[in-house]
Every structure is written in structure tokens, then in C-alpha cells.
Design a protein. Structure first.
Length: 205
């Protein structure tokens, strides 16, 4: 008679709650070097920094385009009023760099003749700036445009005069290439908050 063999049952231990949670946790992927987010305060979510809005353009009632040759004054009161002022400032003469013996030349170059030309030019420039400033009313807010430093000199003349008389107004400057009258009027209307002119619809056909 054959012997009956009874198989032994293996004892299976029940898994704990912690072990089941570990099996269901997603796999953590290490971040690529250099792409880690910047650390912030512990327990706080960093908030985005709001952008600073651009400062609005100053409101002006007069636009001046000026260089050493001419000044253009533009006003708007329902229609454009444009005034031009010609300059008598002589052209700027630079030294050629050539040296020659002359008893009137001081050590270091230059000379009495060149100094006299420069003084004459500065005198004409001052008279020119005073004439332009005299065409600007004391209560007019001004934007001064131009390609060189003459615009800054005119602004200084106006500010110094306002300081002497205890006045306050807007005097701003900006570099600018030469502009047409239409471009100057459009810029002034924009600075005044005036709507652009309406364009008539074109007929089709």
C-alpha cells in the first residue's frame, strides 16, 4: 500500500498597509541637472512679480523741433499753426590739425582767430535760443525735439527763466531726426490726447 503524501501548505503573511502604499506610489524621476526650480521660502508658493507699467507721455501744448539752422514751432487748436524761425548761427568750424608758425597762436593750438569765431558762433547761438524762447508762452507745456544738443540748450533757457519767475510747467526733450510738418502735427495731437483725423472711406470699383 502506497504511503499517502500530504503536501505542506506555505504560510503566507498578510501585507501591511505601509507595504501596499509603497507598491502604489508612482516612480520618482530625478530632474535633469540645470533644470531644477529655484528654491523658495519653505511653505510658501512664490507669486509672479507684476510688470511695472510704462510712464504715460507728458501732455504738452507746444511742440518744438530745433537744430542749429532752424526751429519749427507747432501748435494745435482745432487746426495746426506752424511757425518757423531761421537761425543766423554760423556753421561749426573744426580744426584741420595742420600746424604752422604764427605769433598769434597760443601754445597748444587754436589761436585768436579761431577763438573769435567760436565766440561769435556762441553769441549767435545764444541770440537764436533767446528768440525761440521768446516765441514760447510762459504757460505753454513744451516738448523739444532735435538731433543735436541745441534742444537741451533751449530747454535749459526755458527752465532757468521759469526758475527766475517762480513758474512751473512741463519742459521735456527727446532726440529726433528731421520730421515733416504732418509728422510733427500728428505727434503733437497724440501728446495732447487728440484723436487722429478720420480718413474718408475709399470707393471700391
Amino acid at each position: 500500500m502506497d504511503e499517502l503524501v500530504i503536501p505542506r501548505h506555505r504560510h503566507v503573511r498578510a501585507r501591511t498597509t505601509e507595504e501596499r502604499e509603497v507598491e502604489t506610489m508612482p516612480e520618482t524621476v530625478a530632474p535633469t541637472p540645470g533644470t531644477e526650480p529655484a528654491p523658495g521660502p519653505i511653505g510658501l508658493t512664490p507669486e509672479p512679480v507684476p510688470e511695472t507699467p510704462a510712464a504715460p507721455a507728458a501732455r504738452v501744448s507746444l511742440l518744438v523741433w530745433i537744430d542749429a539752422e532752424q526751429a519749427v514751432l507747432v501748435r494745435w487748436n482745432g487746426e495746426a499753426r506752424i511757425e518757423r524761425i531761421a537761425s543766423e548761427v554760423p556753421p561749426h568750424v573744426e580744426s584741420t590739425g595742420h600746424l604752422r608758425y604764427d605769433p598769434t597762436i597760443r601754445h597748444g593750438g587754436g589761436g585768436l582767430a579761431q577763438d573769435r569765431i567760436q565766440r561769435d558762433r556762441f553769441g549767435h547761438l545764444r541770440a537764436y535760443l533767446d528768440e525761440v524762447a521768446g516765441r514760447i508762452g510762459p504757460g505753454e507745456d513744451v516738448e523739444i525735439l532735435g538731433p543735436g544738443t541745441v534742444r537741451e540748450e533751449l530747454a535749459r533757457v526755458l527752465r532757468d527763466d521759469d526758475l527766475r519767475h517762480g513758474r512751473r510747467r512741463t519742459v521735456v526733450t527727446a532726440a529726433s531726426r528731421p520730421l515733416t510738418e504732418r509728422q510733427l502735427v500728428a505727434r503733437l495731437r497724440d501728446r495732447m490726447g487728440e484723436p487722429p483725423p478720420r480718413q474718408r472711406p475709399r470707393r471700391v470699383g
